[in-house]
Design a protein around this ligand. Structure first.
Ligand SMILES: [Mn+2]
Length: 207
């Protein structure tokens, strides 16, 4: 059984289909979305539907959380999608491959933290050690995955980059598909045995 973790989809249904074709999974393999399935891109409802059809698991992203908080963002008016989003956990743990899946990141103490799970990027040194900072880097701040040294390999999205970011104990796979970049997935054959798979965005859907 393999596990396939997919970065920020943002409604990019064509690229999601392309990536799943490329992965060529067996029916018993497990698909896991790393959150931000919705907003910005062309068809979030189709993406959520396809993930459900493939019995995918998913963690909540800050964009799912935003839709739940703000009734005016419930523009999809799709009750099935809203029900799906409401049930998403903030983290998923896969002891069998020693992986922890989260949208944003994990604080160095390793404790479950909803805010970090949804939005973590930069850490600053506080009185009691590292604490979560803002979404843009300032002086003396470090990206959380640079200092993460917990038991699990953390697979995450949220922070778009040209290429996936590989750290000692973390793999970041948001490659900005909705901004015209790539949709990236990481396929685990076993603990520590993984490969990156990517498809290019067919076009730029958002700035
Ligand atoms: Mn995000």
């Amino acid at each position: 059984m393999k596990y396939f973790f997919i970065g920020d989809i943002h409604g990019c249904i064509d690229e999601l289909r392309d990536l799943l074709d490329l992965a060529n999974l067996n029916p018993t393999d497990q698909i896991v979305s790393l959150g931000d399935i919705v907003r910005k891109g062309p068809d979030p409802v189709a993406c959520a539907r396809l993930l459900r059809e493939r019995k995918a698991k998913a963690v909540m992203g800050n964009n799912e959380s935003r839709i739940l908080r703000n009734p005016f963002r419930r523009a999809f008016q799709d009750r099935e999608l809203m029900r799906y989003i409401r049930k998403l956990p903030t983290e998923l743990d896969f002891p069998e491959i020693n992986v922890r899946a989260v949208h944003g990141g994990v604080l160095p103490d390793g404790r479950r933290n909803r805010r970090a799970a949804l939005t973590l990027r930069w850490l600053r040194k506080g009185k009691r050690g590292w604490e979560q900072s803002g979404q843009k880097k300032r002086d003396d701040e470090v990206f959380w995955s640079e200092v993460w040294d917990g038991e699990r390999l953390v697979v995450y999205g949220h922070t778009p980059r040209k290429e996936p970011r590989i750290d000692h104990k973390a793999i970041g796979v948001d490659t900005g598909c909705v901004y015209g970049g790539k949709l990236t997935g990481v396929l685990f054959h076993g603990p520590g045995e993984w490969q990156l798979l990517q498809v290019s965005a067919r076009r730029k859907y958002a700035d």
